[in-house]
Design a protein around this ligand. Structure first.
Ligand SMILES: Nc1nc2c(c(=O)[nH]1)N[C@@H](CN(C=O)c1ccc(C(=O)N[C@@H](CCC(=O)O)C(=O)O)cc1)CN2
Ligand SMILES: [Mg+2]
Length: 287
């Protein structure tokens, strides 16, 4: 038996068709969704991700602004730019590509973005909204994963979910969204004892640990859904996930590939959030 491969590439394309319609409705009302991305320095991986976002956003007719700042930019200069974007009526969503250079305090930056434009959902206001069950802006990767699970009709209520990784970008918000969907959620991490035994309890296993191909078949219950958030380069320079794909696909029920799994869905989650913010602007204009 071999797992069903969950194609983020395909589901992202389907999402784009839905987004096109939503954007068309907005444009009939003279509203164009606006996304401002701040990229600092010349990290090659960040440059790829930002280019992917730009390509997808512009194809959909989203008004995309890239603010590419030097690696030496000061915190004060960055905060001034964010405040300008907060005031700009054409900008619905603002995001700063992570990671940022050492002179920049990421927490201050995230909390300077207007919470209602904080399209990544990294500010304390949106984290609080997420965990208290309110509506708000939530991070793109977990949002995209929820859409991917829905597209493959993976049942969540009452299911055992194990999230390996506790980052603010993926692990913690993923746990919260799964909890909101009535899954029973365990968050495991590098200090967890008996990790393989805990992972094997999962009906849905989400892996975001940044360790190339660490998760082998012995971590996976037969038939489980395995979502690989990892993006690592192996010794041969090939892009691999945190899951040993060839090994695990023999035992899992569903599995995401790398690339073409979670990565495209991260951008889908982000674009969905931008369009939602523009729809909220349209609603405000009505009142
Ligand atoms: N401010 C943010 N910074 C970062 C986020 C984020 O959500 N907000 N997430 C990641 C990077 N990321 C989006 O920003 C991202 C990562 C990967 C992809 C993607 O399309 N991956 C492809 C492979 C691309 C490649 O060839 O290397 C795939 O998996 O198929 C898109 C966006 C960290 N920073
Ligand atoms: Mg991927």
């Amino acid at each position: 038996m071999s797992a069903i491969i969950m194609s983020g590439t395909q589901v992202a394309q389907q999402a784009d068709a839905e987004f096109q319609q939503r954007i068309q409705h907005l444009k009939q009302r003279q509203i164009t969704p606006g996304l401002a991305v701040v990229l600092i320095g010349d990290d090659p991986a960040s440059a790829i991700y930002v280019r992917n976002k730009q390509r997808r956003a512009q194809k959909l007719g989203i008004n995309y602004q890239l603010h590419h700042l030097a690696a030496s930019v000061t915190q004060a200069e960055l905060l001034t730019l964010i405040q300008q974007l907060n005031q700009d009526p054409d900008v619905d969503g603002v995001m700063v590509q992570m990671p940022v250079p050492p002179q920049i305090d990421a927490t201050t930056v995230m909390n300077t973005i207007d919470p209602d434009k904080d399209v990544d959902g990294f500010s304390v206001v949106n984290v609080g909204r997420l965990w208290s069950g309110e509506s708000g802006n939530f991070p793109g990767t977990p949002r995209g994963i929820m859409r991917l699970l829905a597209a493959y009709q993976i049942h969540l209520a009452g299911q055992q979910a194990v999230v390996i990784g506790r980052s603010n970008i993926v692990g913690k918000p993923m746990a919260s969204l799964l909890l909101r969907a009535n899954a029973t959620v365990t968050v495991a991490h590098s200090k967890t004892r008996n990790l393989a035994a805990i992972a094997r309890q999962a009906d849905i296993l989400i892996v975001a640990i940044g360790q190339p191909e660490m998760i082998t078949a012995q971590y996976v219950k037969p038939g489980a859904t395995v979502i690989d958030v990892g993006m690592n380069h192996n010794a041969q320079g090939k892009l691999v996930g945190d899951v040993q794909f060839a090994d695990v696909q023999e035992i899992a029920g569903f599995i995401t590939p790398v690339p073409g799994g979670v990565g495209p869905m991260t951008i889908t989650g982000l674009l969905d959030q931008v369009i939602t913010l523009a729809e909220q602007r349209a609603q405000r204009d009505d009142h």
